[in-house]
Design a protein around this ligand. Structure first.
Ligand code: ZN
Length: 241
């Protein structure tokens, strides 16, 4: 008789965008959970390159470790195109990236991360998954209030009250710098994972995949590229010590 999936199997759902942070989170989850599914969101980004990068990363990461290959489960991309109707910002419309008078970059989409997490929580509920993993970070963050530790903790409470669940929100990068995130990637998956991150993950706001730097592809001048370049430089310097 075929036994059902054991109830004690540790299952995680990773919010996976195809960026550096969520790729390290995916490796983190693959090294800890018996079963790992991924979820991405299509919300009419100015560049859908990040979504294309996801596929290459999912294929590549499974080849790094035999256990990871068996643990990596279903991937789904949820269409959140309706968000285009309520957001008007530099990431979803053609516009110059700049700082607003309140200190937030004009790339800020109000509530975006809350919507992603709540959507992921609903999927986790249906899939019998009790852990969400997200690469939000308060250390290097671009000023997004929906990536703060307090926001995540409050949302975890609200979600569990609203769904009558005990879903855990794991944020392994919350207090890490970009350099430490590169370091964590090496600890988890060695050089193969570092190479995968550099070659396939995408963070450039401009969607530039034409210019290759030591740290990966990007325009090199947008805030996301600057953060990634500086992080990689610090990471390289720490390795030479
Ligand atoms: Zn860029």
């Amino acid at each position: 008789m075929r036994l059902p999936v054991p109830f004690f199997m540790k299952k995680a759902l990773v919010l996976f965008s195809g960026g550096q942070d969520s790729t390290v989170c995916l490796a983190w989850a693959l090294s800890r959970y018996d079963s790992v599914e991924t979820i991405g969101f299509d919300y009419g980004q100015r560049h859908i390159i990040e979504l294309e990068c996801r596929r290459n990363i999912l294929e590549g990461i499974a080849r790094i470790d035999a256990r990871w290959q068996t643990r990596l489960g279903e991937d789904r991309v949820i269409d959140l195109a309706w968000m285009g109707q309520i957001s008007d910002c530099a990431l979803t419309r053609e516009a110059e990236i700049a700082m607003r008078s309140d200190g937030l970059p004009n790339t800020f989409v109000p509530g975006r991360n809350l919507i992603f997490l709540l959507t992921a929580a609903a999927v986790a509920y249906r899939r019998g998954i009790d852990t969400l993993v997200t690469g939000v970070c308060e250390t290097d963050y671009s000023g997004y209030p929906d990536c703060r530790d307090d926001t995540l903790k409050a949302l975890q409470v609200a979600t569990n009250l609203g769904m009558n669940t005990r879903l855990k929100f794991e944020t392994p990068l919350m207090w890490k710098s970009k350099a430490q995130t590169f370091e964590m990637g090496v600890e988890l998956g060695g050089k193969p994972l570092l190479d995968l991150i550099v070659e396939y993950t995408h963070t450039c706001y401009m969607g530039d995949r034409a210019h290759r730097h030591a740290w990966g592809y990007g325009c090199g001048t947008c805030p996301a590229c600057e953060l990634r370049a500086a992080g990689f430089k610090a990471f390289e310097a720490s390795r030479q010590d």
